[in-house]
Design a protein around this ligand. Structure first.
Ligand code: MG
Length: 387
């Protein structure tokens, strides 16, 4: 199949057109030189939560090494992959970039360990309303927690960017959100429709990015060995092809060449499978695409090898005893912080201490922390150093 390359592709009818945006919650005059999605992206890059991503864990804790992915470099890789695919499909690159850069803004310190611990803490503190979801928290960051504008909280992003940021949402939380914003970004979780094609693309770009970079970081950390990787589905075939084309290639260069081939293969896979789905379903515009099955997709034949790769990473990396050990200590840090602030809200900055909903205030404060700030606070409040 021929692929467009080089110059910017024209936006297709099924793409999100900035001129047809459902707009912002607080109406604002248009910017003179940028469209609304470009403006969303710029607001995200300049916000405080975005800068915190550099000190937040992806898989390896920030202090474990300078070259591992952080939430920031992960988000940049998702944006790069997403934009590259968007361009060849005629989707809106700026919207994809905005969603990709914001998709992890709500992540807690210490990656999934932090999230699991915070989830458990909020459920215990508030059995009726608790439960922490990082996608929902990302939306809270851009809707409420950023304080940069004189007349509204949050960044006042467009519906389309916010819709993409809210990738998952439990029914309970969706109902609550839909009550405060009827017809808003939570609606689709209640009526079973899909988000824009740009949002669908960001979800797949996220997967492509972490499957590849977790292999790279896993080897860098010494927790995965090159021999083990020969048993890693999907990766092994590209490693074999790299060896075939470059006899004698070994070590880092073989690893990078294999990862590079795996990334490219997945990008072409999504591009081709999505193009075929678009040709079959022919959405007339972005809204019609929302009512169709997910059109941005991998080929059916790639699903099984992808699941196998995820399983491989689960078993050999995410559940590696060394990772599990840091996971447990990270959970303790989050649990201790949550309990301390709930008990003594005055230990938080005044703006958080003054909030009426104490559980929500503590959740927002802890979720916003970087890894290293959380460790510093933990030591200050408990006198213990866990790392
Ligand atoms: Mg991500």
């Amino acid at each position: 199949m021929q692929r467009l390359s080089g110059c910017a592709a024209v936006l297709q009818p099924y793409a999100s057109h900035p001129g047809r945006s459902r707009g912002r919650r607080h109406p604002e005059p248009p910017a003179p030189t940028r469209d609304d999605f470009q403006r969303d992206r710029d607001r995200i890059v300049h916000c405080t939560a975005f800068r915190r991503l550099v000190y937040k864990t992806q898989v390896f804790l920030n202090h474990e090494g300078d070259l591992f992915r952080t939430r920031l470099t992960h988000s940049l890789e998702v944006a790069q992959l997403g934009r590259s695919i968007a361009r060849s499909l005629g989707l809106n690159e700026d919207l994809v970039e905005a969603i990709a850069l914001a998709h992890d803004l709500g992540h807690t310190p210490f990656g999934h360990a932090g999230q699991d611990a915070l989830d458990e803490c909020t459920r215990r503190a508030d059995p009726a309303g608790g439960g922490f979801e990082h996608n929902l928290q990302s939306l809270r960051v851009v809707d409420e927690l950023e304080e940069r504008y004189p007349s509204f909280d949050g960044l006042n992003l467009t519906f389309e960017t916010r819709e993409g940021i809210l990738k998952h949402c439990s029914r309970r939380h969706a109902e609550r959100l839909a009550a405060t914003e009827p017809g808003g970004v939570a609606r689709r979780f209640l009526d079973g429709t899909r988000p824009s094609l740009e949002a669908q693309l960001c979800n797949l770009a996220d997967e492509i990015a972490y499957n590849a970079h977790d292999i790279d970081d896993g080897v860098r950390s010494g927790l995965l060995t090159p021999e083990q990787l020969d048993a890693a589905p999907m990766f092994a075939q590209h490693a074999a092809a790299a060896r075939r084309d470059h006899p004698g290639l070994a070590g880092r260069r073989l690893l990078f060449e294999s990862v590079r081939r795996m990334l490219s293969a997945q990008v072409y896979d999504v591009t081709d499978a999505t193009r075929a789905a678009l040709a079959e379903h022919r959405p007339a515009d972005a809204d019609e695409a929302r009512r169709m099955p997910a059109l941005v997709r991998f080929a059916d034949a790639s699903r099984q090898p992808q699941r196998a790769l995820k399983r491989f990473l689960q078993e050999n990396l995410y559940r590696h005893p060394q990772v599990v050990d840091t996971t447990e200590r990270a959970k303790t840090v989050v649990r201790d912080l949550f309990a301390a602030y709930l008990d003594r809200p005055g230990d938080m900055p005044a703006a958080f201490a003054a909030k009426a909903d104490r559980v929500q205030a503590v959740t927002d404060y802890v979720a916003g922390m970087t890894d290293r700030f959380a460790l510093k606070e933990h030591q200050r409040l408990t006198g213990r150093a866990l790392f």
